[in-house]
Write a protein that binds this ligand. Structure first.
Ligand SMILES: Cc1cc2nc3c(=O)[nH]c(=O)nc-3n(C[C@H](O)[C@H](O)[C@H](O)COP(=O)(O)O)c2cc1C
Length: 437
């Protein structure tokens, strides 16, 4: 998808017309790279729901491994329910200072969950209601072929399943101001990463599409373009059994912080290897993302900043004496978490290389990819028995300086990793092999 000729309105974000990257650059300089002024008292906008639409409750908890789609009496719907619960559903009850709350499969900046998931299947188009674990049946018409036409590069075979990931444009703005748009792009990536992680082992050969005709796909979904837009689509072939492993279902943010204790280098390398796996995308990327480790306490690795060499997977020292706390503004919660964590894994990328090819859309494409890696990092940490927490409250300038990032690169996302403090926040797992425990 080539960028159209630059147009007017470079101040609006998301831009009302393509500006060839001018609007995205300006947005990033003013809001996207600046620490958000967070209003903790502000709530999040309510999730999308269309009153009057037929609602199909799904069996809860879903059985894992689920029957492959199409097998069993209602295998298609049950398999879809199992997929959606592990993708964006409620997986646990958390007890925090403010009382019990529903913990979700994926993280979301500030817990605002601006993302919505729609599924286009042979039996029609539906919208997933995570807290009810139910499907809103928007139409019984099979729209898969029409929706595939809204992709710039549709798969050769008509996809068996399309997961359409939208974002509610106002969802987190009350709390984060305009910075919320960047969080929305990262959250879209997190959901996309989770969809790929679930569908790859189910043999569904998923592909993440960012080159989506937003207006056309939104029209087919009946979205109000001022309020909600489709920002990614994951296409899949025939889906086998959905069998998420226990760590995937256990993933959560290390809310009680980290024990300032060392972790082995092998665990950190395993996290990096997972993050660096190729992402199946509908577009070629002008430049890859880079991964860094800022080590506080990693056994077998010198304290300081290291860059992962993408060819060898080895860590190359970049700067001594830099601790993960240096990535965050002094005196804030990030600095303390950065001090306690064993290390930070930082994802950097290149904004400028993509604007000439993809126009303003590149901004969210790059952050989407960072979100995919962020989700992989969180899952890999859970698999290694470590706590993790994604952080967007990084001081971008300080982080870029600490990483000695090349001039064309900047920090997109950081994840803190370490042993979770004590037993962590009390939680009751709802999903998993054998159901609630
Ligand atoms: C893109 C992104 C950025 C985040 N940034 C921060 C952050 O700066 N500080 C923080 O404490 N948590 C951050 N989080 C974690 C969320 O607060 C957390 O995911 C959310 O409260 C839900 O909790 P859970 O991850 O335990 O399910 C971030 C999460 C995402 C996905």
């Amino acid at each position: 998808m080539r960028a159209a000729a630059p147009a007017a309105q470079p101040d609006a974000y998301p831009p009302t017309a393509e500006t060839g990257g001018v609007a995205a650059r300006r947005y990033h300089a003013r809001y996207g790279s600046v620490l958000p002024a967070i209003d903790p008292a502000a709530g999040s906008a309510p999730p999308a729901h269309r009153p009057g639409t037929p609602v199909l409750p799904l069996p809860f908890p879903p059985a894992y491994p689920s029957a492959p789609a199409g097998q069993g009496p209602s295998g298609g719907v049950e398999c879809l329910g199992a997929l959606l619960a592990a993708l964006n559903g409620v997986t646990r009850v958390d007890w925090t200072g403010t009382g019990p709350s529903a913990g979700r499969a994926v993280p979301s900046g500030g817990g605002a969950y601006p993302g919505e998931v729609y599924a286009a299947t042979a039996f029609g188009l539906c919208h997933y209601l995570p807290t009810a674990h139910a499907l809103e049946l928007l139409t019984g018409t099979d729209l898969r072929a029409d929706l595939a036409c809204s992709l710039a590069l549709p798969p050769r075979e008509r996809p068996e399943l399309l997961l359409l990931i939208s974002t509610r444009l106002e969802a987190n703005l009350a709390r984060y101001g305009p910075f919320g748009h960047r969080l929305q792009a990262l959250d879209t990536g997190v959901l996309t990463g989770q969809a790929l992680t679930l569908l790859e082992p189910a043999g569904a050969a998923p592909c993440a599409h960012a080159l989506v005709a937003d207006e056309e796909s939104g029209r087919l979904l009946g979205l109000d373009p001022e309020a909600e837009r489709v920002h990614a689509v994951v296409t899949a072939g025939p889906v086998g059994a959905i069998a998420p492993d226990a760590p995937l279902l256990r993933r959560r943010t290390a809310r009680s912080g980290f024990e300032p204790a060392p972790v082995p280098l092998a665990a950190v390398l395993a996290v990096l290897d997972q993050a660096a796996r190729p992402v199946p995308l509908d577009h070629t990327v002008p430049a890859d993302l880079d991964l860094y480790v800022v080590a506080n306490r990693v056994t077998g690795l010198a304290a300081g900043c290291h860059r992962r060499d993408p060819r060898s997977g080895h860590l190359v020292p970049v700067a001594d004496g830099v601790g993960a706390r240096r990535l965050f503004p002094p005196g804030g919660p990030g600095e303390l978490a950065g001090f306690e964590a064993a290390c930070a894994v930082v994802v950097t990328g290149d904004y400028d290389s993509g604007y000439p090819v993809y126009g303003d859309r590149w901004y969210r494409m790059l952050n989407l990819r960072a979100g995919v890696l962020g989700q992989r990092i969180g899952l890999a940490a859970a698999r290694a028995g470590l706590g993790a927490g994604l952080r967007c409250d990084v001081d971008t300038r300080a982080a870029d300086a600490a990483l000695r990032a090349p001039r064309d690169r900047t920090t997109l996302l950081a994840a803190l990793i370490g042993p979770e403090r004590g037993a962590g926040t009390p939680a009751h797992q709802l999903l998993g092999p054998g159901g609630p425990r």
